[in-house]
Design a protein around this ligand. Structure first.
Ligand code: BGC
Length: 249
């Protein structure tokens, strides 16, 4: 079954139709800039444009970089405040004229990795960490998602963890890979002490450069692997969430 997946990020909004059984894109991905400021209406207009570009009239899965419960967006650390408490799923559905399933971006990426990527067949406690504009997390217990974990915002040395260890922080501070890896290592050590996972999957665009930082994470006791779907994971997971057997709303 083909479903359109759309990933709303801090800098880009990306979409592609996905064959959900295989996790493959069936057409080339379309990327558009995230409007600035990233307020609900302009973002919804871009989502609608992507839906029209693919001439889509079936279900659409959309990711959001914040907590989403029953279509309501509760946090939006890297978008505007108007998203807080908004029934965003209905706004997106009204703007684009198609049924929308909305879920947290890291949760979507995690679902995709657990089925089609680095977490395939892995039981126990698994945590996926996306290092991008912010830090997102997805927690799985025997393959089942515990939605909306926000471990990207644990406090480290008095600061929000994502302001120290996200990919964005590396760029802003112009840190070398080893220097940034120290921050990531400290973050993952805190995280593993909180959830005691048997596997940590590092995702986000930066997972394409895993060889530059994974080898530096020597003090993390949990096995750490790079995500396999890289930047496509959000789109694939969004499409899967909107599929027939998914339960997220
Ligand atoms: C948000 C998370 C999101 C992550 C990645 C964080 O700032 O709080 O919900 O998953 O960024 O976009």
């Amino acid at each position: 079954m083909e479903i359109l997946g759309i990933d709303i990020g801090g800098s880009g909004i990306k979409g592609a139709p996905v064959e959900v059984q295989t996790g493959e894109f069936t057409r080339d991905r379309l990327r558009m800039d995230t409007p600035e400021p990233a307020a609900p209406r302009p973002v919804a207009a871009v989502v609608a444009q992507i839906v029209r570009h693919f001439e889509w009239d079936g279900p659409v899965g959309v990711t959001f970089p914040g907590v989403v419960i029953d279509g309501v967006t509760h946090t939006a650390a890297n978008l505007t405040d108007e998203w807080r408490g908004l029934q965003a799923r209905d706004l997106l559905a009204d703007e684009s004229g198609v049924p929308v399933t909305l879920l947290n971006d890291a949760d979507a990426a995690g679902v995709a990795e657990m089925t089609h990527g680095a977490g395939r067949g892995h039981g126990g406690t698994v945590v996926l960490v996306t290092l991008g504009t912010g830090i997102g997390t997805a927690l799985f217990t025997d393959g089942t998602l515990v939605p909306n974990t926000e471990f990207g915002h644990i406090e480290i040395r008095g600061k929000d963890a994502e302001s120290r260890a996200s990919a964005h922080a590396r760029e802003v501070h112009e840190w070398s890979w080893p220097k940034w890896a120290e921050k990531v290592e400290e973050y993952l050590r805190r995280l593993e002490d909180l959830v005691w996972p048997s596997l940590i999957i590092v995702g986000g665009g930066v997972s394409k450069n895993a060889e530059h930082f994974l080898p530096h994470l020597k003090e993390v006791r949990t096995p750490v692997v790079a995500a396999e779907l890289h930047n496509s994971a959000g789109i694939v997971g969004a499409a899967m969430a909107a599929g027939p057997r998914a339960q997220t709303g």
